[in-house]
Design a binder for this molecule. Structure first.
Ligand code: APR
Length: 233
């Protein structure tokens, strides 16, 4: 089976009702990154950080996967599909995708502030001051904040280098090291980009752009790849 590696960003969850970061009315228009998404912010004002993630976690319980997420599950019938997501929502998992690698953490998980290995699935949407790990330390969101290490980047780079087909969906490719993954793809491998604001990717030879939303573009691409794989029998 050919390996398809898919890099997703906030855009694939936009049609589920989850705000992106850098579009107009994006999250970073309302909050300063340095106030809610850095370790320093957590040390300076933990209540503000807890509330920022509690609000996003609360919304996550009210939304569901869209046609873009669901089409990627369809792809698994004919391909070995691996999703590398920058998103902290679990909509890929809810849709039924089998292999999901979270680069920037997971909103429904929390972890110890004295031992990174102690990660828990939060019961409900609210993480409060005084919610402690088994070692007695305050629990924090299991999110990779700006300036923090991205522990899953090496497996993501290896996956990208193994791709027979690489698909990029709904990311502004603003944030590294995630944005650099497309340059780990072997030369000549077909790369597809689905995004209403898609721009050409410099240095990527075999690029096909779907300048449209994930909700229409991903099903269209999946149909094309699945029928192409049947022809290729
Ligand atoms: N379908 C597909 N793409 C869309 C849609 C849609 N319906 N709506 C918006 N987009 C695209 C935008 O054009 C943009 O290119 O999704 C992208 C969203 O970009 P960002 O808001 O920058 O989100 P993302 O690229 O995921 O941000 C990367 O930055 O803030 C950090 O950790 C955070 O994981 C995040 C990282």
């Amino acid at each position: 089976m050919k390996k398809i590696v898919v890099l997703t960003g906030a855009g694939i969850s936009a049609e589920s009702g989850i705000r992106t970061f850098r579009d107009s009315n994006g999250l970073w228009e309302e909050h300063r990154i340095e106030d809610v998404a850095t370790f320093e912010a957590w040390q300076r004002n933990p209540d503000l950080v807890l509330d920022f993630y509690n609000q996003r976690r609360k919304q996550l319980y009210e939304v569901k996967p869209n046609a873009g997420h669901l089409a990627l599950v369809e792809l698994e019938k004919k391909f070995d599909v691996h999703i590398i997501t920058q998103n902290v929502d679990d909509l890929h998992e809810q849709a039924g995708s089998s292999n999901v690698l979270h680069l920037h953490g997971e909103l429904k998980k929390v972890r110890s502030t004295v031992d990174d290995r102690l990660v828990y699935t939060l019961d409900g949407w609210e993480l409060k001051k005084g919610d402690l790990c088994e070692k007695g330390s305050q629990l924090r969101p299991h999110i990779v904040w700006f300036g923090e290490a991205v522990p899953m980047i090496e497996p993501a780079q290896r996956l990208s280098a193994q791709a027979d087909i690489f698909v990029v969906i709904g990311t502004s490719l603003n944030v590294y090291p995630a944005a650099g993954l497309v340059y780990y793809v072997k030369k000549g491998i077909p790369v597809y980009l689905i995004d209403p604001q898609a721009e050409m990717l410099s240095g990527v030879q075999n690029l096909t752009v779907f300048r449209e939303s994930a909700g229409t573009g991903v099903p269209k691409l999946v149909k094309q790849l699945v029928s192409g794989s049947e022809d290729a029998k």
